[in-house]
Design a protein around this ligand. Structure first.
Ligand SMILES: Nc1ncnc2c1ncn2[C@@H]1O[C@H](COP(=O)(O)OP(=O)(O)OP(=O)(O)O)[C@@H](O)[C@H]1O
Ligand SMILES: [Mg+2]
Length: 146
């Protein structure tokens, strides 16, 4: 299923992240991690979305771009938000990070910026979200594939 949403500011994109996070928390617990792949060009809103998403989960810190640290883990309740940036990496790099253990852990909700770069190591049922610049500078088209 594909859902298309237009946002007109970073605030609206954060709100979308927050709403989606709340919906995910409501769903029955899974046997494995929930994985969300975030795609779209530079500056399209992936990190901005993640900030709203983290807030929706109840994370206290504000996630920043993880580009230089590869992976940042935030605790909320008894679970983890794992924020990953695959921009400079490939699937082999992730396998070395014990990636399979992250995917197996049902306590993890994993958001992967540039997830398209490591598609082959993401679960088939991952949610895919694509961000696009359109029209005016602050407008974005956000497509969610569930
Ligand atoms: N509608 C909008 N949604 C999201 N961000 C917006 C919007 N309008 C303007 N912006 C601005 O665009 C920028 C988006 O940057 P952000 O770091 O979220 O992008 P990114 O996709 O994570 O980039 P990168 O590929 O470098 O990681 C921010 O400065 C944000 O304030
Ligand atoms: Mg980013």
């Amino acid at each position: 299923m594909k859902i298309e949403i237009f946002t007109k500011s970073d605030k609206e994109t954060k709100k979308l992240g927050k709403v989606l996070a709340r919906e995910i928390l409501k769903t029955k617990s899974k046997k494995r991690a929930v994985v969300i792949s975030l795609g779209g060009e530079l500056g399209s809103g992936k990190t901005t979305f993640t900030q709203g998403f983290a807030k929706g989960l109840g994370v206290r810190e504000t996630p920043r771009s993880p580009t230089f640290v590869i992976m940042q883990i935030y605790r909320f309740r008894t679970r983890n938000l794992v924020h990953v940036d695959a921009y400079r990496l490939n699937s082999r790099d992730f396998r070395m990070l014990n990636w399979d253990d992250f995917i197996k852990n049902p306590q993890n909700i994993i958001l992967v910026e540039w997830g398209n770069k490591i598609k082959n190591i993401l679960p088939k049922n991952s949610v895919r979200i694509i961000f696009k610049h359109i029209g005016r500078p602050r407008e974005r088209l956000i497509k969610i594939f569930i």
